[in-house]
Design a binder for this molecule. Structure first.
Ligand code: 5RP
Length: 263
């Protein structure tokens, strides 16, 4: 592996092999998502607890201070919206030249396996990897399910993650699910977990992240369950402890409650 690729990957995966990515890319198809109306304000108190930020070039240029940033994973796919015909019909929106100009540490794009646009989105990934390898740019594949959240089971997600790895993704972002070891065991590159829509209780977030870490994930790319929480700083602190300090669910709960008191 060349120096540039190694250097970028080392910004995205910490020396302990773990990572905590903070995604704020949701607006690219959801518009002004709740609590992400002003992305710059949303991330202000929580950015310091993350290892990298996942966002589009528009939000990066408009809302993120270039002098005080974290490593960036640039979302480079899109072209569809919540109110359009089919979320899966994505194309590549942002060139590798832009990614290099913005000095990002990685690029990320979605694939929609099992959808009408499976082939197109997988070829998007393959083509992006061809180009990214030339420039030493890590690619994070996002196994997207669009509005079909019920698709999130181990058999389907294992299939998705493996295909992304086969096509050359350096990291795969997928959803946590029951029997998550089936997903990580079948994927030869690191797997990170997204949260999806906000779950019922704070403890549930700690539970699924802890379970996923025990079952082979290297970390999270977790958005709404952090910044839509009433207490985003305590939440990210507790999750960081699970990821980087092997905290148990009880310990994370304690960190969360103490941080809430000390606010
Ligand atoms: C949106 C994404 C998000 O980055 C990903 O889903 C993680 O965010 P969340 O934890 O809110 O689901 O790819 O398209």
């Amino acid at each position: 592996m060349d120096w540039g690729m190694k250097n970028r990957l080392s910004q995205l995966i910490k020396p302990n092999g773990r990572c905590m990515y903070l995604p704020i890319d949701h607006g690219y198809f959801q518009g002004p998502t709740t609590k992400l109306e002003r992305p710059g304000e949303t991330i202000k108190p929580i950015l310091e607890y993350s290892d990298a930020l996942f966002c589009t070039r528009g939000v990066l240029r408009a809302c993120i201070n270039p002098q005080n940033s974290k490593p960036i994973i640039l979302r480079i796919s899109g072209g569809t919206s919540m109110v359009g015909k089919d979320l899966a019909n994505e194309e590549i929106t942002t060139s590798m030249e832009e990614a290099l100009r913005l000095n990002v540490s990685g690029v990320g794009l979605s694939v929609f396996i099992g959808s009408d646009y499976e082939k197109e989105t997988l070829l998007n990934l393959a083509k992006v990897v061809n180009e990214a390898e030339r420039y030493g740019m890590p690619v994070m594949a996002v196994t997207a399910v669009g509005k079909e959240l019920e698709k999130r089971d181990a058999r389907y997600l294992a299939l998705c993650c493996r295909i992304c790895a086969e096509l050359g993704a350096k990291v795969v972002k997928t959803y946590w699910c029951e029997n998550f070891e089936k997903v990580t065991n079948g994927c030869p590159v690191p797997v990170v977990m997204a949260g999806g829509p906000k779950v019922g209780s704070d403890r549930e977030v700690f539970e699924f992240v802890h379970d996923g870490m025990q079952k082979g994930s290297i970390g999270v790319n977790l958005g709404r369950n952090i910044w839509q929480n009433e207490h985003p700083v305590p939440m990210i602190k507790a999750l960081r402890a699970i990821i980087h300090e092997n905290a148990t669910v009880d310990k994370a709960d304690k960190i969360f409650n103490e941080a809430k008191k000390n606010k």
